[in-house]
Write a protein that binds this ligand. Structure first.
Ligand code: URA
Length: 267
């Protein structure tokens, strides 16, 4: 059976909403509107086979990279790509280095106009050293395809570069230890738009803004002159399918910046 697109999942979610909560009116017109705006099915994106969860859980941490000399935030702020990647690979600035298998730096194009900013690696990302390659990553890839981009042409990175054990949220001191790295990455890419995925990266970029992801999603914000669209994290969408329609609304606002509109069926 053909793999479901992000769009197919939104339509399914609207159907379920109508069936399970008749009081919530999702009209045939609304469904039809979604149906007629179906994006062309994207080419399958080749990804490395996911590592079975149990093999990741059971595996002992890899020996960490030898400690690099500690670098200051001002050193990092002046780094080019090679030095930055090396500094991340050798970083031992917080406790997360003790349990990581790999640091997780980036995926996609450093020349991208659109940057997706996540929270931190999970088990699959820790095993492969690449962001968003697990189940949440598969959904993110579908979201990117629905926006008429490919993973290769956008840039993907995280707030923290090492996996928080047990998939817990990173602690504030851990995000601060990674701050200079993430800020320099964003500065070097200098995208036109950042899509912020969930509460942790939102708080990281906007520590003084009142409101969480529920309140701020779908509203344009600005970070150092770059337009920012906060939306739900794909892992949240895996648990809360009904939030996909809101996310699609947020992503369409980003598409509009790039002159992209959802394609009609057959286009
Ligand atoms: N969740 C994230 O926030 N980042 C990843 O790389 C994977 C899952």
């Amino acid at each position: 059976m053909a793999e479901k697109t992000f769009y197919d999942e939104i339509v399914e979610c609207l159907r379920l909403t109508r069936r399970n909560t008749p009081a919530v009116s999702v009209s045939d017109e609304v469904l039809k509107e979604f149906m007629t705006d179906v994006p062309v099915r994207p080419e399958p994106v080749s990804e490395p086979a996911p590592v079975p969860a149990e093999s990741v859980m059971d595996a002992a941490p890899m020996p960490s990279a030898p400690a690099a000399p500690a670098v200051s935030a001002s050193d990092v702020a002046a780094m080019g790509w090679d030095d930055l990647a090396a500094a991340v690979a050798g970083c031992r600035a917080c406790r997360l280095c003790e349990t990581r298998r790999n640091t997780v730096f980036e995926d996609g194009s450093r020349q991208a106009r659109l940057l997706f900013f996540g929270e931190g690696p999970g088990a699959d990302e820790d095993a492969q050293g690449v962001p968003f390659v697990g189940r949440a990553g598969e959904l993110l890839t579908k979201m990117i395809a629905a926006m008429q981009f490919s993973r290769q042409e956008v840039y993907i990175c995280n707030t923290v570069k090492c996996r928080p054990p047990g998939n817990r949220n990173p602690e504030p001191d851990e995000t601060e230890a990674c701050r200079a790295f993430a800020e320099r990455q964003i500065e070097l890419v200098n995208p036109e738009v950042i899509v912020v995925l969930g509460a942790v990266p939102l708080r990281f970029l906007f520590p003084n803004v009142f409101g969480g992801i529920r309140m701020l999603r779908g509203k344009w914000m600005e970070y150092k002159g770059i337009r920012v669209m906060p939306t739900y994290h794909p892992a949240y969408l895996l648990r809360n399918a009904s939030a996909k329609a809101d996310t699609w609304h947020d992503l369409q606002q980003v598409m509009a910046v790039f002159g992209k509109t959802p394609r009609r069926r057959g286009q």
